[in-house]
Design a protein around this ligand. Structure first.
Ligand code: FMN
Length: 435
Protein backbone atom coordinates (compact mmCIF):
# COMPACT_ATOMS: atom_id res chain seq x y z
CA UNK A 1 0.00 0.00 0.00
CA UNK A 2 1.29 3.42 -0.88
CA UNK A 3 0.67 6.25 1.59
CA UNK A 4 0.06 9.61 -0.02
CA UNK A 5 0.84 12.88 1.68
CA UNK A 6 -1.24 16.02 1.16
CA UNK A 7 0.24 18.29 -1.52
CA UNK A 8 -2.55 20.84 -2.02
CA UNK A 9 -2.59 24.43 -0.74
CA UNK A 10 -4.93 24.28 2.25
CA UNK A 11 -2.72 24.07 5.35
CA UNK A 12 -5.66 22.96 7.49
CA UNK A 13 -5.59 19.74 5.49
CA UNK A 14 -2.04 19.00 6.63
CA UNK A 15 -2.25 16.43 9.42
CA UNK A 16 1.42 15.87 10.09
CA UNK A 17 4.64 17.86 9.64
CA UNK A 18 5.39 15.62 6.65
CA UNK A 19 2.30 16.99 4.86
CA UNK A 20 3.60 20.53 5.39
CA UNK A 21 6.96 19.41 4.08
CA UNK A 22 5.39 18.15 0.87
CA UNK A 23 3.40 21.36 0.50
CA UNK A 24 6.63 23.33 0.97
CA UNK A 25 8.36 21.18 -1.63
CA UNK A 26 5.57 21.92 -4.11
CA UNK A 27 5.59 25.68 -3.51
CA UNK A 28 9.34 26.36 -3.36
CA UNK A 29 11.91 26.32 -6.13
CA UNK A 30 14.32 23.45 -5.70
CA UNK A 31 17.25 25.55 -4.45
CA UNK A 32 15.10 26.94 -1.61
CA UNK A 33 13.72 23.57 -0.60
CA UNK A 34 17.22 22.11 -0.57
CA UNK A 35 18.37 25.01 1.59
CA UNK A 36 15.85 23.97 4.25
CA UNK A 37 16.22 20.28 3.80
CA UNK A 38 19.90 19.59 3.39
CA UNK A 39 22.63 18.58 5.81
CA UNK A 40 26.41 18.53 5.58
CA UNK A 41 28.44 16.05 3.51
CA UNK A 42 26.83 12.58 3.52
CA UNK A 43 23.99 13.70 5.83
CA UNK A 44 24.66 10.90 8.31
CA UNK A 45 23.98 13.22 11.23
CA UNK A 46 20.82 14.49 9.56
CA UNK A 47 19.56 10.90 9.41
CA UNK A 48 20.86 10.07 12.89
CA UNK A 49 18.84 12.93 14.36
CA UNK A 50 15.68 11.22 13.10
CA UNK A 51 16.71 7.60 13.62
CA UNK A 52 17.31 7.99 17.35
CA UNK A 53 13.61 8.51 18.07
CA UNK A 54 12.55 5.12 16.76
CA UNK A 55 15.12 3.48 19.02
CA UNK A 56 13.41 4.87 22.11
CA UNK A 57 10.01 3.33 22.90
CA UNK A 58 7.27 4.39 25.31
CA UNK A 59 6.15 2.33 28.28
CA UNK A 60 2.67 3.77 28.96
CA UNK A 61 0.65 3.57 32.17
CA UNK A 62 -2.91 2.39 31.92
CA UNK A 63 -6.12 3.21 33.78
CA UNK A 64 -4.93 6.67 34.72
CA UNK A 65 -7.38 9.55 34.61
CA UNK A 66 -6.13 11.75 31.76
CA UNK A 67 -9.26 13.78 31.25
CA UNK A 68 -7.27 16.97 31.85
CA UNK A 69 -3.80 17.19 30.38
CA UNK A 70 -1.14 19.84 30.95
CA UNK A 71 1.70 20.41 28.47
CA UNK A 72 2.80 23.87 29.61
CA UNK A 73 6.32 24.21 31.05
CA UNK A 74 8.17 26.84 33.02
CA UNK A 75 11.23 27.83 31.10
CA UNK A 76 13.81 30.03 32.78
CA UNK A 77 11.21 31.35 35.17
CA UNK A 78 8.45 32.02 32.66
CA UNK A 79 5.48 29.96 31.68
CA UNK A 80 5.35 28.60 28.14
CA UNK A 81 2.18 27.06 26.68
CA UNK A 82 4.00 24.07 25.15
CA UNK A 83 7.30 22.23 25.66
CA UNK A 84 8.76 23.61 22.43
CA UNK A 85 9.62 26.89 20.70
CA UNK A 86 10.64 28.10 17.27
CA UNK A 87 14.43 28.01 16.90
CA UNK A 88 16.53 30.34 14.72
CA UNK A 89 16.50 29.77 10.96
CA UNK A 90 18.30 32.25 8.74
CA UNK A 91 16.89 33.74 5.59
CA UNK A 92 13.25 32.90 6.34
CA UNK A 93 12.23 35.75 4.03
CA UNK A 94 13.21 33.51 1.14
CA UNK A 95 10.55 30.99 2.15
CA UNK A 96 7.76 33.50 2.51
CA UNK A 97 7.51 37.29 2.38
CA UNK A 98 8.43 38.72 5.81
CA UNK A 99 8.98 35.16 7.02
CA UNK A 100 10.57 36.21 10.32
CA UNK A 101 7.55 38.25 11.39
CA UNK A 102 5.23 35.43 10.35
CA UNK A 103 7.16 32.86 12.40
CA UNK A 104 7.38 35.21 15.39
CA UNK A 105 3.65 35.98 15.20
CA UNK A 106 2.79 32.28 15.02
CA UNK A 107 4.92 31.64 18.13
CA UNK A 108 3.39 34.61 19.98
CA UNK A 109 -0.14 33.41 19.16
CA UNK A 110 0.71 29.96 20.52
CA UNK A 111 2.36 31.31 23.70
CA UNK A 112 5.82 29.91 22.97
CA UNK A 113 9.17 31.71 22.52
CA UNK A 114 10.60 32.61 19.12
CA UNK A 115 14.34 32.85 18.44
CA UNK A 116 15.17 35.33 15.69
CA UNK A 117 18.17 34.38 13.56
CA UNK A 118 20.75 37.12 13.21
CA UNK A 119 20.53 36.37 9.48
CA UNK A 120 16.90 37.49 9.34
CA UNK A 121 15.45 39.60 6.57
CA UNK A 122 13.36 41.72 8.95
CA UNK A 123 15.14 43.73 11.62
CA UNK A 124 15.05 42.72 15.26
CA UNK A 125 13.24 45.93 16.19
CA UNK A 126 10.51 45.34 13.59
CA UNK A 127 9.98 41.72 14.62
CA UNK A 128 9.63 42.68 18.29
CA UNK A 129 7.28 45.57 17.50
CA UNK A 130 5.09 43.70 15.01
CA UNK A 131 4.92 40.22 16.52
CA UNK A 132 5.10 40.80 20.28
CA UNK A 133 5.41 37.66 22.35
CA UNK A 134 8.61 36.24 23.77
CA UNK A 135 11.41 37.04 21.30
CA UNK A 136 14.96 35.77 21.81
CA UNK A 137 17.86 36.80 19.56
CA UNK A 138 20.44 34.43 18.05
CA UNK A 139 23.92 35.76 17.36
CA UNK A 140 27.21 34.49 16.00
CA UNK A 141 30.38 35.86 17.54
CA UNK A 142 31.65 37.49 14.37
CA UNK A 143 35.24 38.64 14.06
CA UNK A 144 34.03 42.23 14.33
CA UNK A 145 33.14 41.97 18.01
CA UNK A 146 32.01 45.61 18.07
CA UNK A 147 29.14 44.60 15.83
CA UNK A 148 28.12 41.85 18.26
CA UNK A 149 28.25 44.34 21.14
CA UNK A 150 26.04 46.75 19.16
CA UNK A 151 23.57 43.99 18.32
CA UNK A 152 23.41 43.04 22.00
CA UNK A 153 22.76 46.69 22.89
CA UNK A 154 19.94 46.81 20.31
CA UNK A 155 18.49 43.61 21.75
CA UNK A 156 18.64 45.07 25.26
CA UNK A 157 16.98 48.29 24.09
CA UNK A 158 13.94 46.41 22.77
CA UNK A 159 13.71 44.17 25.85
CA UNK A 160 14.90 40.89 24.35
CA UNK A 161 14.76 38.29 27.10
CA UNK A 162 17.58 36.02 25.92
CA UNK A 163 20.60 36.10 23.65
CA UNK A 164 21.32 32.74 22.02
CA UNK A 165 24.94 32.44 20.89
CA UNK A 166 25.54 29.74 18.32
CA UNK A 167 28.92 28.10 18.82
CA UNK A 168 28.93 25.25 16.31
CA UNK A 169 29.85 27.39 13.33
CA UNK A 170 33.44 28.49 13.90
CA UNK A 171 33.97 26.90 10.49
CA UNK A 172 31.18 26.55 7.94
CA UNK A 173 29.84 23.03 7.30
CA UNK A 174 30.27 21.46 3.86
CA UNK A 175 26.82 21.61 2.28
CA UNK A 176 27.34 20.11 -1.13
CA UNK A 177 23.80 20.60 -2.42
CA UNK A 178 24.29 24.33 -1.91
CA UNK A 179 27.59 24.29 -3.74
CA UNK A 180 25.96 22.39 -6.63
CA UNK A 181 23.04 24.78 -7.01
CA UNK A 182 25.17 27.88 -7.40
CA UNK A 183 27.89 28.70 -9.90
CA UNK A 184 29.24 31.27 -7.42
CA UNK A 185 27.65 33.05 -4.43
CA UNK A 186 24.03 33.71 -5.29
CA UNK A 187 24.51 32.93 -8.97
CA UNK A 188 22.20 29.99 -9.56
CA UNK A 189 23.03 27.60 -12.35
CA UNK A 190 20.78 27.47 -15.44
CA UNK A 191 18.82 24.49 -14.23
CA UNK A 192 17.85 26.24 -11.02
CA UNK A 193 17.09 29.51 -12.78
CA UNK A 194 14.71 27.68 -15.06
CA UNK A 195 13.20 25.95 -12.04
CA UNK A 196 12.57 29.35 -10.38
CA UNK A 197 10.52 30.38 -13.42
CA UNK A 198 8.33 27.32 -12.87
CA UNK A 199 7.32 28.72 -9.47
CA UNK A 200 5.43 31.96 -10.21
CA UNK A 201 3.48 31.81 -6.94
CA UNK A 202 6.75 31.86 -4.96
CA UNK A 203 8.24 34.55 -7.24
CA UNK A 204 5.24 36.84 -6.75
CA UNK A 205 5.33 36.34 -2.99
CA UNK A 206 9.08 36.54 -2.34
CA UNK A 207 10.79 38.32 -5.25
CA UNK A 208 8.23 40.90 -6.26
CA UNK A 209 8.87 43.85 -6.41
CA UNK A 210 12.36 44.12 -4.88
CA UNK A 211 14.14 40.90 -5.77
CA UNK A 212 15.94 38.71 -3.24
CA UNK A 213 15.26 39.73 0.37
CA UNK A 214 18.16 41.40 2.17
CA UNK A 215 19.65 40.72 5.59
CA UNK A 216 18.12 43.29 7.90
CA UNK A 217 20.28 43.06 11.02
CA UNK A 218 23.73 43.02 9.56
CA UNK A 219 23.99 46.51 8.02
CA UNK A 220 26.71 47.66 10.44
CA UNK A 221 28.79 44.59 9.66
CA UNK A 222 28.88 44.98 5.91
CA UNK A 223 31.28 47.27 4.08
CA UNK A 224 29.57 50.26 2.41
CA UNK A 225 28.04 49.28 -0.93
CA UNK A 226 28.08 45.59 -0.08
CA UNK A 227 24.70 45.18 1.52
CA UNK A 228 23.33 43.14 -1.36
CA UNK A 229 22.59 39.53 -0.44
CA UNK A 230 25.60 38.51 -2.49
CA UNK A 231 27.94 40.94 -0.73
CA UNK A 232 26.52 39.94 2.63
CA UNK A 233 26.94 36.22 1.96
CA UNK A 234 30.62 36.70 1.15
CA UNK A 235 31.21 38.97 4.14
CA UNK A 236 29.42 36.64 6.55
CA UNK A 237 31.60 33.75 5.45
CA UNK A 238 34.67 35.86 6.19
CA UNK A 239 33.26 36.96 9.54
CA UNK A 240 32.98 33.44 10.99
CA UNK A 241 35.72 33.24 13.59
CA UNK A 242 37.64 29.98 13.95
CA UNK A 243 39.57 31.38 16.92
CA UNK A 244 36.41 31.44 19.09
CA UNK A 245 36.90 30.19 22.63
CA UNK A 246 35.24 30.20 26.04
CA UNK A 247 36.92 33.56 26.74
CA UNK A 248 34.69 35.06 24.05
CA UNK A 249 31.60 33.63 25.75
CA UNK A 250 32.81 35.17 28.99
CA UNK A 251 33.19 38.50 27.16
CA UNK A 252 29.56 38.23 25.98
CA UNK A 253 28.39 37.18 29.45
CA UNK A 254 29.99 40.28 30.93
CA UNK A 255 28.29 42.65 28.51
CA UNK A 256 24.84 41.03 28.25
CA UNK A 257 22.69 41.44 31.37
CA UNK A 258 19.71 39.22 30.47
CA UNK A 259 19.51 35.48 29.83
CA UNK A 260 22.42 33.95 27.92
CA UNK A 261 22.01 30.65 26.10
CA UNK A 262 24.74 28.69 24.33
CA UNK A 263 23.55 26.78 21.25
CA UNK A 264 25.72 24.06 19.82
CA UNK A 265 26.82 22.13 22.91
CA UNK A 266 27.12 18.35 22.43
CA UNK A 267 29.03 17.07 25.42
CA UNK A 268 28.75 16.99 29.20
CA UNK A 269 32.14 18.73 29.78
CA UNK A 270 31.04 21.64 27.59
CA UNK A 271 27.70 21.79 29.38
CA UNK A 272 29.61 22.11 32.67
CA UNK A 273 31.78 24.82 31.17
CA UNK A 274 28.58 26.65 30.23
CA UNK A 275 27.54 26.50 33.89
CA UNK A 276 30.94 27.91 34.89
CA UNK A 277 30.74 30.92 32.56
CA UNK A 278 27.33 31.75 33.98
CA UNK A 279 25.09 30.77 31.06
CA UNK A 280 21.39 30.47 31.85
CA UNK A 281 20.78 27.72 29.34
CA UNK A 282 22.24 25.53 26.63
CA UNK A 283 20.84 24.12 23.44
CA UNK A 284 22.21 20.68 22.65
CA UNK A 285 22.43 20.89 18.88
CA UNK A 286 24.31 19.72 15.82
CA UNK A 287 22.71 22.51 13.79
CA UNK A 288 20.20 20.12 12.26
CA UNK A 289 23.01 18.04 10.74
CA UNK A 290 24.27 21.04 8.75
CA UNK A 291 27.69 21.44 10.37
CA UNK A 292 29.79 18.46 11.54
CA UNK A 293 28.63 15.39 9.66
CA UNK A 294 29.04 12.31 11.83
CA UNK A 295 28.22 14.22 15.01
CA UNK A 296 26.14 12.55 17.69
CA UNK A 297 22.42 13.28 17.98
CA UNK A 298 21.55 15.65 20.85
CA UNK A 299 19.09 13.04 22.15
CA UNK A 300 21.95 10.63 22.77
CA UNK A 301 23.84 12.99 25.06
CA UNK A 302 20.80 14.57 26.71
CA UNK A 303 20.48 12.33 29.81
CA UNK A 304 24.18 12.54 30.58
CA UNK A 305 24.13 16.32 30.28
CA UNK A 306 20.96 16.65 32.38
CA UNK A 307 22.52 14.59 35.10
CA UNK A 308 25.79 16.52 35.11
CA UNK A 309 24.39 20.04 35.08
CA UNK A 310 21.95 19.06 37.79
CA UNK A 311 19.44 21.88 37.27
CA UNK A 312 22.03 24.67 37.27
CA UNK A 313 20.92 25.83 33.82
CA UNK A 314 18.08 25.12 31.41
CA UNK A 315 18.76 22.25 29.02
CA UNK A 316 17.13 22.61 25.62
CA UNK A 317 17.85 20.67 22.45
CA UNK A 318 17.00 20.44 18.79
CA UNK A 319 17.50 18.21 15.77
CA UNK A 320 14.97 16.14 13.87
CA UNK A 321 11.82 16.80 15.92
CA UNK A 322 8.79 16.24 13.67
CA UNK A 323 6.29 14.65 16.09
CA UNK A 324 4.81 15.56 19.45
CA UNK A 325 5.75 12.11 20.70
CA UNK A 326 9.41 12.82 19.90
CA UNK A 327 9.26 16.05 21.88
CA UNK A 328 7.89 14.09 24.84
CA UNK A 329 10.72 11.57 24.60
CA UNK A 330 13.16 14.45 25.08
CA UNK A 331 11.17 15.87 27.99
CA UNK A 332 11.04 12.42 29.60
CA UNK A 333 14.84 12.29 29.37
CA UNK A 334 15.11 15.57 31.28
CA UNK A 335 15.01 18.34 28.67
CA UNK A 336 13.36 21.61 29.64
CA UNK A 337 12.20 22.35 26.09
CA UNK A 338 12.76 21.52 22.43
CA UNK A 339 13.59 23.90 19.57
CA UNK A 340 11.96 23.43 16.19
CA UNK A 341 13.95 24.13 13.04
CA UNK A 342 12.65 22.60 9.87
CA UNK A 343 9.20 21.69 11.24
CA UNK A 344 8.00 25.30 11.44
CA UNK A 345 10.03 26.33 8.39
CA UNK A 346 8.07 23.78 6.34
CA UNK A 347 4.88 25.32 7.70
CA UNK A 348 6.06 28.83 6.81
CA UNK A 349 7.06 27.76 3.30
CA UNK A 350 3.78 25.90 2.83
CA UNK A 351 1.48 28.74 3.86
CA UNK A 352 3.10 31.73 5.59
CA UNK A 353 1.96 32.55 9.11
CA UNK A 354 -1.04 30.23 8.86
CA UNK A 355 1.31 27.41 7.82
CA UNK A 356 3.65 28.05 10.77
CA UNK A 357 0.63 28.17 13.07
CA UNK A 358 -0.57 24.89 11.62
CA UNK A 359 2.83 23.27 12.34
CA UNK A 360 2.58 24.38 15.97
CA UNK A 361 -1.06 23.27 16.18
CA UNK A 362 -0.16 19.82 14.83
CA UNK A 363 2.64 19.40 17.35
CA UNK A 364 0.62 20.72 20.29
CA UNK A 365 -2.20 18.33 19.47
CA UNK A 366 0.22 15.44 19.13
CA UNK A 367 1.84 16.28 22.48
CA UNK A 368 -1.57 16.40 24.10
CA UNK A 369 -2.72 13.14 22.53
CA UNK A 370 0.53 11.36 23.42
CA UNK A 371 0.26 12.49 27.06
CA UNK A 372 -3.22 10.95 27.09
CA UNK A 373 -2.04 7.72 25.52
CA UNK A 374 0.90 7.55 27.92
CA UNK A 375 -1.39 7.83 30.92
CA UNK A 376 0.37 10.99 32.08
CA UNK A 377 -1.84 13.98 32.78
CA UNK A 378 0.95 16.46 33.53
CA UNK A 379 4.15 16.86 31.54
CA UNK A 380 5.97 17.80 34.76
CA UNK A 381 5.54 14.18 35.86
CA UNK A 382 7.02 12.65 32.74
CA UNK A 383 10.35 10.93 33.29
CA UNK A 384 12.62 8.18 31.96
CA UNK A 385 10.42 5.51 33.52
CA UNK A 386 8.01 6.00 30.64
CA UNK A 387 10.74 4.96 28.21
CA UNK A 388 12.69 1.91 27.17
CA UNK A 389 15.63 1.71 24.81
CA UNK A 390 17.98 -0.98 23.55
CA UNK A 391 21.52 -1.68 24.67
CA UNK A 392 23.31 0.24 21.95
CA UNK A 393 21.96 3.51 23.33
CA UNK A 394 22.50 2.52 26.94
CA UNK A 395 26.02 3.86 27.27
CA UNK A 396 24.84 7.36 26.58
CA UNK A 397 21.29 7.16 27.86
CA UNK A 398 21.89 5.07 30.97
CA UNK A 399 23.02 7.76 33.44
CA UNK A 400 19.47 9.14 33.73
CA UNK A 401 18.16 5.80 34.88
CA UNK A 402 17.99 5.07 38.60
CA UNK A 403 20.26 2.26 39.78
CA UNK A 404 17.28 0.09 40.65
CA UNK A 405 16.63 -0.37 36.94
CA UNK A 406 20.15 -1.30 35.97
CA UNK A 407 19.56 -5.07 36.25
CA UNK A 408 17.11 -5.01 33.39
CA UNK A 409 18.26 -6.01 29.90
CA UNK A 410 16.90 -2.75 28.57
CA UNK A 411 17.88 0.44 30.30
CA UNK A 412 15.10 2.75 31.34
CA UNK A 413 12.50 0.08 31.95
CA UNK A 414 9.60 1.34 34.03
CA UNK A 415 9.69 -0.95 37.05
CA UNK A 416 9.26 1.87 39.54
CA UNK A 417 6.34 3.31 37.66
CA UNK A 418 4.62 -0.06 37.36
CA UNK A 419 4.76 -0.55 41.11
CA UNK A 420 3.33 2.85 41.94
CA UNK A 421 -0.39 3.47 42.28
CA UNK A 422 -2.01 4.50 39.00
CA UNK A 423 -1.64 8.21 38.39
CA UNK A 424 0.88 8.62 41.19
CA UNK A 425 4.25 8.38 39.62
CA UNK A 426 7.43 8.22 41.62
CA UNK A 427 9.54 11.34 41.68
CA UNK A 428 11.67 11.76 38.57
CA UNK A 429 15.04 9.98 38.61
CA UNK A 430 16.87 13.16 37.77
CA UNK A 431 16.72 16.09 40.21
CA UNK A 432 15.94 18.41 37.30
CA UNK A 433 12.28 19.34 37.36
CA UNK A 434 10.29 20.39 34.35
CA UNK A 435 8.18 22.70 36.37
C1 FMN B 1 17.04 26.62 6.87
C2 FMN B 1 17.79 26.62 8.17
C3 FMN B 1 18.44 27.78 8.57
C4 FMN B 1 19.11 27.80 9.80
N1 FMN B 1 19.69 28.98 10.22
C5 FMN B 1 20.25 29.03 11.45
C6 FMN B 1 20.76 30.26 11.95
O1 FMN B 1 20.70 31.31 11.30
N2 FMN B 1 21.32 30.25 13.19
C7 FMN B 1 21.39 29.12 13.96
O2 FMN B 1 21.89 29.17 15.07
N3 FMN B 1 20.90 27.94 13.51
C8 FMN B 1 20.32 27.88 12.29
N4 FMN B 1 19.81 26.68 11.84
C9 FMN B 1 19.82 25.51 12.73
C10 FMN B 1 18.52 25.45 13.55
O3 FMN B 1 18.46 26.51 14.49
C11 FMN B 1 18.39 24.14 14.32
O4 FMN B 1 19.56 23.92 15.07
C12 FMN B 1 18.13 22.93 13.41
O5 FMN B 1 17.36 23.30 12.31
C13 FMN B 1 17.42 21.84 14.21
O6 FMN B 1 17.19 20.71 13.44
P1 FMN B 1 15.78 20.41 12.71
O7 FMN B 1 15.71 21.35 11.56
O8 FMN B 1 15.93 19.01 12.27
O9 FMN B 1 14.69 20.65 13.70
C14 FMN B 1 19.15 26.64 10.61
C15 FMN B 1 18.52 25.47 10.18
C16 FMN B 1 17.84 25.46 8.98
C17 FMN B 1 17.13 24.18 8.57
Amino acid sequence: MERRLYTGRDVSRAHGIDDLREMARARLPNFCFEYIEGGAEDETTLRRNRAVFSDIAFVPRTLVNVERREQGVTLMGQRSAAPFMIGPTGYSGMMFREGDVKLASAAAAAGVPFILSNASTISLEDVVRRAGGRVWMQVYLYRTRDFVAKLAARAKAVGVEALVVTTDSAVFGKREWDLRNYLRPLKLDWRNRFDVLRHPRWMANVLWPRGMPRFANLGDLLPPGQNSVKGATITLGQQLDPSLSWDDIQWLRDLWPNRLIIKGVLSAPDALRAVEVGADGIVLSNHGGRQLDGAVSPMEVLPEVVQQVDGRLAVMLDGGFRRGSEILKAIALGADAVLLGRATTYGLAAGGQRGAERAIEILKTEVDRTLGLLGCSDIARLDARYLRWPGHLATTVAPAVPAVHARWPYQGVSVGAAEAAPGVLPTPPSPVSHA
